[in-house]
Design a protein around this ligand. Sequence first.
Ligand code: 5GP
Ligand code: ZN
Length: 117
Amino acid sequence: MVSNDRCLFCRIASGEITAKKVYEDADVVAFEDINPQAPTHVLIVPRKHIPSLDDLTDADAQVVGTVLTRAAQIARNLHLESDGYRLVINNGEAAGQTVFHIHFHILGGRNFGWPPG
Ligand code: 5GP
Ligand code: ZN
């Protein structure tokens, strides 16, 4: 399991930094965003340190697929699926990425506009 001991989300995944975890298993960790943008705002990350979508290779297909299916399961567990919810990846600084460890935002509990800001 590849991690980076200087990365915030690797440190949250390992438990070195505290977060309100809502789910974890051998492959992924999900926790509440410290600055929520919706009534439910959970981040899900692979335990493997991958900085951004730009770093993905075919070897990561399984881990990325696992993150997506676990995100959907967490949304069901949080009862978000009936009203809809949004999964977001901000990729790169211009898109708003501030933490360079791949993560989905799981946002629910309100309506969302389109196009996004
Ligand atoms: P990004 O801007 O990279 O798409 O998302 C990073 C997210 O991480 C932001 O929504 C931000 O609020 C959240 N975040 C930053 N630092 C922490 C932290 O220490 N703990 C938690 N739980 N979330 C954090
Ligand atoms: Zn990391």
